[in-house]
Design a protein around this ligand. Sequence first.
Ligand code: SF4
Ligand code: SF4
Length: 297
Amino acid sequence: MADNKLDPETEVEIIGSMTDPAAAGPVVQPVRLGRDDTFCFSCHKDVPCWNECCHGADITLTPADILMLCRNLDMRPAEFLAEYTVPAIWDKADLPVAKLKMQGADGKGACHFMTDAGCSVYAFRPATCRYYPLGFASVKMKGAEEKDDFHFLVKEAHCKGHGETKTQTVGEYRAEQGIDAYDEVNRGWMDIMMKMASWQTLGGPWGEQITQAKKRMFFMVYTDVDAFRRFVFETRFLDTYEIEPEAQDLLRESDEALLALGFDWLKNVFFNEPTVSMKENVLQGAIAKAREEMGAS
Ligand code: SF4
Ligand code: SF4
């Protein structure tokens, strides 16, 4: 188990309970789990709580979730978002997110994908459904250069899977649930969520609030690859940033490559990270303009 002696500066839960904490008051075990740590849990059709967690579930969709659900339901993102999601704000970072819509006027009914036989989208279910009953968090320790990721166990009273005898390591559970492939696509998105959350006490990066327009860009990039592809190919984006012709070809074909570019671009826009390069003439123009505005030309 991780034994980091440094004090935590920021600890951000990225994937947590499936249950709305306000509704169910889940018990999150304050136990950090590494990949080799074990826990006891099993979910199968014979548990008395079968499908209970798929009612009134609180599921923030990740970029990989939307990509995989759209692909397998044969829907475009705009259509999927309108039919199966509700917009929400992720309070920890004040960023817009899409949540999976539940049935019922109060949103406490069953998930639209739940059937008596189980989850009808099981092979491409969202990351939160895969992780459960594990949570995933990032922590940045005071004095540490890098953030550290860890898992924790979510133990909720209604979930009887914890009473089963199957023991597995976190790594084994992740492999069984196919989590790594989702995390790979979601990495840039999770980095941005974590960074925004850690700037939250100052009101935003270096104390400056992120504009609503930038927040809308974040939502567009992560939820709608069609809209972001149009933004890249039908605006001045390619006149502004250095993107090699081969990379442009890949961006036309690959949603995953497009998302990776989107998160690199957002890191540059939000945090000034050198994750994308401006074309030299654009950069020189921007420098000249900034000088002019400072009266130093
Ligand atoms: S997507 Fe599947 S596993 Fe997830 S809440 Fe809906 S029915 Fe349950
Ligand atoms: S054991 Fe837990 S995860 Fe499985 S159906 Fe019951 S509540 Fe859901």
